[in-house]
Design a protein around this ligand. Structure first.
Ligand SMILES: C[S@@+](CC[C@H](N)C(=O)[O-])C[C@H]1O[C@@H](n2cnc3c(N)ncnc32)[C@H](O)[C@@H]1O
Length: 256
């Protein structure tokens, strides 16, 4: 059945954009969600606006819903929010009073503004800014009215210059650390999260060493992990392809 939200999204998307539905079936046929016996939030199934050609929704984003289980949050931030997939998923499961998505690429910020308008979620906002700049982080904290309880992120996995770059500049800027690597993302998160707050990071399983090295450097400790198995036929059975990790403030002594 077509809902009012579906109609608004269809009206607000442009000809070079698509509406991408956010449903459990996109990740490993949805079996992981069926096991929970819970209903999937209906408005997520209506989805978000994203570019027809460009960085698109990734199925591992869905597993954020699992690692967020039992977490309480008033103030939410999504660093490098892109089309806002993590912002929308975290909002649906945490029901914060305010949620901000920070993004460098202004066309993505404008697009997310239209997705949020369609969803009529007045407590969510897309902000343009660079997470490496103190000014952007100060503005976030002041708009939130205090430090964040939860920060979510999907930082670019690949070092600048690694592998073959996408011919689309917007994709290259999303997959490769051209404007800050995982360390820059975690450093920004550390600056805006409260003492009791939590940081949720999705990362490539084969690059975990760089994630943990960066976390150690900014004194964050992992305390929860969700591994996402790679069900691709060519993959080895013991090879998770993406990993969600929850970090909390650490202590220098325990990081030694
Ligand atoms: C891997 S994409 C993830 C997009 C989205 N969060 C998702 O999960 O679909 C990384 C995002 O971080 C943004 N980004 C990279 N460097 C940034 C910076 N210095 N400040 C703010 N955003 C940045 C990119 O533009 C891109 O949208």
């Amino acid at each position: 059945m077509i809902s009012l939200l579906d109609t608004r999204l269809a009206q607000l998307k442009r000809t070079d954009e698509v509406v991408h539905t956010i449903t459990p079936s996109e990740l490993n046929a949805g079996e992981w969600w069926a096991e929970t016996g819970r209903d999937w939030p209906g408005h997520l199934s209506s989805g978000l606006i994203e570019p027809r050609k460009g960085y698109r929704f990734r199925p591992e984003n869905l597993a954020l819903s699992v690692i967020l289980d039992g977490v309480e949050c008033e103030r939410l931030v999504d660093l490098g929010t892109g089309s806002g997939a993590l912002l929308l998923i975290a909002d649906a499961f945490l029901e914060p009073s305010i949620g901000l998505g920070l993004e460098l690429q202004s066309d993505a910020v404008e697009r997310l503004g239209r997705t949020l308008e369609a969803h009529q979620r007045g407590h969510l906002r897309a902000e343009q800014g660079d997470l490496r700049e103190d000014k952007s982080l100060r503005t976030l904290v002041s708009t939130l009215g205090g430090k964040a309880d939860v920060v979510v992120m999907n930082p670019p996995f690949f070092p600048s210059g690694w592998g073959r770059a996408s011919s689309l500049e917007s994709v290259h800027r999303s997959t490769h650390a051209l404007h800050g690597d995982v360390f820059a993302f975690l450093e920004a998160a550390k600056a805006i999260v409260s003492d009791e707050g939590m940081i949720f990071v999705v990362f490539d399983a084969t690059r975990m060493a760089s994630l943990f090295a960066a976390a150690g450097k900014v004194v964050l400790e992992p305390d929860r992990i969700v591994m996402i198995p790679n069900r691709h036929q060519a993959a080895r059975a013991d090879e998770p392809y993406r990993v969600w990790v929850r970090f909390r403030q650490g202590s220098m002594l325990r990081s030694l």
